[in-house]
Design a protein around this ligand. Structure first.
Ligand SMILES: Cc1cn([C@H]2C[C@H](O)[C@@H](COP(=O)(O)OP(=O)(O)O[C@H]3O[C@@H](C)[C@H](O)[C@@H](O)[C@H]3O)O2)c(=O)[nH]c1=O
Length: 390
């Protein structure tokens, strides 16, 4: 097995969809970028093709194997498959410690030289990540070493996932009013809605959406809230007073709520670029909101014992730079503050700071770009492991 820039490097990513769309969202982005920008032959093993199809409509959910945008997609059906060394890629990535099939690991141990084996971890702003990034872990039984690779917000981590052309694509889109208008019109927005403060809303079920709607409804200036179908459904249905299928919309007071179809990943980026404020969640939409360079609030994936509040605070400490309104709003949005939030006050304070928050978003996006993107950093690390082993 040769591992150099002169021949095509192969790489396999194993992705288990724990829930929702973030697991496959991240693995798909990484696969696509490694193939497009680095000429890597990528095989993406994924156990849930239905979830994949929602963010990438070209995926056929019943296919055992298919090529999508130059990436080989394999339906990962179980742990019992048998593999031979010729099936093994030069670089093997397990996403979120997803336990790749034992048969594949056995085949890895029989490869000469052995593949680079990385565990791509979840994103957090906590400091301990710097000490764990790139640490090795020996297999207890086989002659294999796995290394941990952590995304992150500092130069001592793997950085954030983001395509090389992303910044340029965003600038082009945002500086073309016709493109923005056509895009929003395609989602059903009226001229009045386009002229209002546009907010995209993507969050988990526990978010205090109903009281925020009340605050917006009583606001002085018009707000249009764009919410993908299935998100915050209880509050959306209550506001609409009817079903919340894509296309449904209603105005009450200063607030219009419009339900959007769940769009393909590239269109979700455009939505973030076109809005004035974005509510995002999980990991992937959270990162895309950062690349959008727009003010945003993060609804973090809930964890036991409120561990997510620690992660949220760690991020805000790096990001918010003393903008108290953003910290207050974000903590309240995630239930990390005692008592009920006064959403009128929280939103008004946030609105008043919007120019500062926008500036910070822009500056942060540039700081993150300077770290180098995750795909490039990961490949560089994999190559350094390979040369050290030779
Ligand atoms: C709203 C929307 C999102 N998307 C995409 C963007 C992202 O790739 C994906 C959403 O992923 P996320 O933001 O990460 O949120 P998420 O909640 O969907 O996903 C995850 O969160 C992680 C923290 C957990 O580990 C995962 O198990 C998973 O639950 O869906 C679209 O393509 N179109 C849309 O209309």
């Amino acid at each position: 097995m040769v591992f150099s820039t002169a021949t095509t490097t192969s790489l396999a990513i194993f992705c288990k969809v724990v829930d929702n769309y973030g697991d496959i969202g991240i693995c798909w982005r990484l696969s696509r970028q490694l193939q497009r920008e680095h000429g890597i032959a990528v095989t993406l093993w994924v156990d849930n093709l239905e979830s994949f199809q929602r963010i990438c409509p070209a995926v056929a959910p019943e296919a055992a194997m298919q090529a999508v945008e130059g990436v080989t997609v394999r339906h990962w059906r179980g742990q019992d498959d048998v593999f031979s060394p010729s099936d093994v890629a030069d670089i093997v990535i397990e996403f979120f410690a997803c336990d790749i099939p034992p048969g594949y690991i056995d085949a890895m141990a029989r490869c000469e030289p052995r593949p680079v084996w990385l565990n791509l971890e979840g994103l957090t702003a906590e400091e301990w990540v710097e000490g764990c990034h790139t640490l090795p872990s020996m297999h207890p039984r086989l002659p294999l070493t796995k290394h941990f690779f952590f995304p992150g917000f500092t130069g001592k981590t793997g950085g954030l996932l983001g395509e090389a052309a992303l910044g340029e694509q965003r600038r082009q889109f945002q500086s073309d009013p016709h493109a923005v208008r056509d895009f929003l019109a395609g989602l059903g927005l009226t001229a009045d809605e386009m002229a209002s403060t546009k907010v995209s809303l993507f969050c988990y079920p526990g978010a205090p959406v109903a009281p925020l709607f009340d605050a917006w409804q009583a606001d002085e200036s018009p707000v249009t809230c764009l919410v993908p179908e299935g998100v915050a459904s209880a509050a959306v249905q209550a506001f609409l007073g009817a079903g919340a299928a894509a296309g449904a919309a209603r105005t009450r007071g200063a607030l219009t709520v419009r339900v959007l179809p769940f769009v393909a990943q590239p269109d979700y980026d455009k939505l973030l670029w076109a809005c004035d404020f974005n509510f995002v969640r999980g990991e992937d939409s959270f990162v895309r909101a950062q690349w959008a360079g727009k003010p945003f609030a993060w609804h973090i994936y809930p964890q036991d014992e409120n561990l997510h509040h620690v992660k949220l605070r760690a991020f805000l400490q790096r990001y918010a730079m003393g903008i108290d309104s953003l910290v207050e709003f974000s903590l309240a949005w995630n239930g990390a503050r005692e008592g009920e939030g006064d959403w009128t006050r929280l939103w008004q304070a946030l609105e008043a700071d919007m120019p500062r928050i926008g500036q910070r978003a822009d500056e942060w996006q540039r700081e993150m770009a300077a770290l180098g993107d995750l795909a490039r950093n990961l490949l560089k690390f994999a190559r350094s492991l390979r040369s050290a082993a030779q």
